[in-house]
Write a protein that binds this ligand. Structure first.
Ligand SMILES: Nc1ncnc2c1ncn2[C@@H]1O[C@H](COP(=O)(O)OP(=O)(O)OP(=O)(O)O)[C@@H](O)[C@H]1O
Ligand SMILES: [Mg+2]
Length: 412
């Protein structure tokens, strides 16, 4: 055992020699950092700026829906534009609130977020009060201000009840705000399907302009990384080959800039962990594993019991099916029903299982391609986008699933 004087400090990550040789400012690689300039988004910046042109005539900006795949720069672009709006038009009477709807997904949670966003600091009742109470308080606070609001619903598709959009859009008509005030709405989503999922009444009032964010190509991701590297890393800590490797991996996985930045950060952390004074190519696959593990654990921690069971049935089917065979919904359902029997629970219908698979497909966890099976109708051929081992490992962290650890399904 080390004597106390020789003992390595346990909590000295940022103090270590390796850390100081790798990082100049690690926080530049944090996801909410807003860079001074954005790569490859001139067209989108221009389109979003145009939403606000009516402000010049004291008119209301247009409600807008922005969509694009994960990591395509939607949130950072909006933040960048809002910063510029305030600095370039200091007299304009509009404030903004960005609502992360993944976290704040019910009417009450959203209204509480908005009430706090308007500076209300007193305690709010969390139970036994209807949403009307929160609407009234929100509008009362807004009337006390002399400005209008741009509300940016980030991940708008996560909202559980879209009537809030309808109510907020019609606030002026319902005389909830002062004559000169309005509420302007921007929605951000990963999919263009969001608009079709709205109820007909909401859809008829929320007729947004749309702005599309395409995925980045490898060259654009290299530029995004190169803009941060001199600020984040010490000179020579990282070389061109590492940057290209991270960019290529992220481009292959849907053109996701977030993944590229996280990869670079995880590779830097791996260099420190292995006490190297520069990042080497071997640190990148280690970083990939670390990120896949983190993503899998986060993904599973947000799943319901039923979702975990379906996912495990999918993983077991894929693992034990003959390599030349495709995983199809029918196979997964048989395995799922067998697993339910073992736990003595009632299985849901095939349709409900298919819906869960569609959800995982939309979340980018797997690829489910609908194929025609002659008389057998349609089915989905399913493949996991990444190796599902970490997802399986994360599911076993829930003791209700340990019983399936050695379970081998009867599939061929
Ligand atoms: N054009 C760009 N220039 C510089 N950095 C960028 C650019 N686009 C994205 N980034 C960075 O990549 C990361 C992901 O971007 P962002 O969060 O805006 O993606 P998103 O489209 O909102 O993704 P999601 O749909 O998952 O919310 C952020 O750290 C952001 O700063
Ligand atoms: Mg975002």
């Amino acid at each position: 055992m080390d004597s106390p004087s020789e003992q390595k400090k346990l909590f000295n990550f940022t103090e270590s020699k390796a850390y100081k040789e790798i990082y100049k400012e690690r926080s530049i690689l944090e996801i909410d950092y807003v860079p001074e300039s954005l790569v490859g988004r001139d067209k989108q910046i221009q389109s979003i700026a145009e939403i606000y042109y009516p402000l010049g005539d004291k008119e209301k900006p247009k409600n807008t829906l922005i969509y694009g795949p994960p990591g395509s720069g939607k949130t950072v672009t909006i933040r960048h534009i809002l910063n510029r709006l305030c600095s370039e038009l200091p007299d304009v009477n509009i404030r903004d609130i960005i609502i992360p709807c993944g976290e704040h997904n019910t009417i009450v949670k959203i209204l509480i977020f908005l009430i706090k966003g308007l500076g209300y600091e007193k305690d709010l009742p969390l139970r036994g009060v209807a949403s009307g109470f929160f609407y009234d308080l929100f509008y009362e606070l807004l009337r006390q201000k002399d400005y209008s609001l741009t509300l940016i619903f980030d991940e708008i598709d996560k909202i559980k009840d879209d009537s809030i959009i309808y109510n907020l859009i019609r606030a002026e008509e319902f005389k909830e705000v002062n004559g000169r005030q309005y509420i302007h709405i921007i929605g951000i989503s990963n999919t263009d399907q969001f608009i079709n999922s709205l109820g007909p009444i909401v859809a008829s009032f929320f007729q947004p302009d749309t702005i599309v964010f395409p995925p980045y190509n490898e060259k654009q991701i290299i530029d995004i990384l190169n803009n941060r590297i001199p600020l984040a890393f010490c000179p020579n800590a990282i070389n061109k080959k590492i940057i290209e490797l991270c960019a290529q991996l992220a481009a292959d996985e849907g053109g996701d800039a977030r993944r590229a930045i996280l990869l670079l950060q995880a590779a830097g952390d791996m260099a420190i962990k292995t006490e190297c004074n520069r990042v080497q190519s071997g640190h990148v696959p280690m970083a990939v594993d670390k990120i896949n593990k983190d993503v899998s654990y986060r993904f599973v921690s947000n799943m319901s019991y039923g979702e975990k069971l379906v996912t495990l049935a999918l993983i077991k089917t894929e693992k034990y099916l003959k390599p030349d065979k495709f995983v199809i919904t029918g196979n997964v359902y048989k395995v799922y029903v067998d697993m339910c029997k073992k736990a003595n629970i009632k299985p849901t219908s095939l349709g409900a299982l298919s819906q869960k698979i569609t959800k995982f497909n939309m979340m980018g966890i797997l690829n489910a391609t609908v194929t025609s099976r002659g008389r057998g109708g349609q089915t989905s051929e399913i493949i996991f986008i990444n190796n599902p081992d970490f997802i399986e490992e994360a599911i076993y962290q829930d003791c209700k699933f340990v019983r399936y650890y050695n379970y081998v399904p009867n599939v061929k």
